[in-house]
Design a protein around this ligand. Sequence first.
Ligand code: TRP
Length: 463
Amino acid sequence: MLTDEAGGKSPRTSLHGLWSSKMAFVLAVTGSAVGLGNIWKFPYIAGQNGGGAFVLVYLLCVFLIGMPVMMSEILLGRRGRRNPVGTMELLGEEEGGSRNWRWLGGIAVVGGVLILSYYSVIAGWTLGYVYKSALGEFNGATAESVNAIFGGFIGDWRMVALVHTLFMGITVAVVARGVERGLEQAVRFMVPALLVLMLALLGYSINSGHFAEGVAFLFAPNFDQLGWDGVLAALGQAFFTLSVGMGAVMAYGAYLPQETSIPGTAAIVVVADTAIALLAGLIIFPIVFANGLNPAEGPGLVFQTLPHAFGQMTGGALFACIFFVLLSLAAWTSAISMMEPSVAWVVERFGRTRAQAATMIGSIIWIVGFGTVLSFNVLSDFKFYKGTIFDNVDHLTSNIMLPVGGFFIVVFAGWVMCRNSSSEELGGAGTIYSIWHFLARFVVPVAILFVFLKAVGLIPELS
Ligand code: TRP
């Protein structure tokens, strides 16, 4: 899928080739964006933060902050055509006279390792659920039996370690062979199939008798429910779900042909990603209310609601199995993008082969992942700051590293980079360019800074 020719007037070429088509890139970024963040994380965080008001802030963050950051990442990646560390070093020198911008690329390497360390564990849960559904464990399930199955599964650290290992294994295997092979096919099939299955599930939710309650929970904003840490969570989730803020999209942008429209690509990805997250919410909350479950249940929410729905359907075991296979695929295409920055860095910086780099980075991630594996069983009582090890890694990456990374990415693209360079990448200085430039220079940095200061209580409430 990657070709060796640099497109158009590109002054640089990527060491790893280019995407063969615009479609290939859109699919790769969509594959990165659509994942556990949409189906596992969005509903449970929305549930923990009271629903409607959180969702509204989340949508604002996605469109006003996430999307300009995504455009900035792609444009920087394409201009530098290297791994995020190399790209930021090169562009920093070229545009800003400082090689220290490479430390921003360093966030991509560290962030990718930390995020994948827990992402792989949750993706492992979905693999485990493929197996459980195939065995028909959820047939005729009650709320209690589903909870017992979930609790028993994550409570056994050896099981979780096994599925975490399995998932890291398949991720390393793909990254080692090069991102291009297999990824396009996987996404081309997975996203439509996931959508069809989710629409079927939506049918179930609509008939659950509690659809209106679910819709109200998700869309009726009640701002009393949302503190500033909730707003920070919405901001973090916007970054997480779009895969931006740590250079994953920058790494993919390095392989983008010169003539492809960056704003057009970003718009498609953002809309598709948002639609899938909202759909997940519309499916899950009616099931929650129909069964008297707790919307603020936490990371187990999807694993405790959906099997219940499947358990009541005819042919439910088959549907459940297909659903968890698709969710695993979605997680897989996301995980691949988390490894790309660090693997490309090791290949370019240390002259290793992709296979060596992927194995090395993958092993580090696998080891770090045990912090999360044990967070739900052996070390579940070991809590500090935000909670378990998993809670802290999640908070540190989603709510701190991604917004900080995004802040510096837009500051670089909007303030340090000269207008000629950025407008050349974004297709000329038209209206879209002006809107992006304004958002990147003012709205995004100020909003991120404001939410941070509010969340740590440095700006007092007006009352
Ligand atoms: N966006 C993915 C999801 O929603 C997760 C993901 C992939 C990601 N690559 C990333 C998150 C890079 C942050 C940074 O599941």
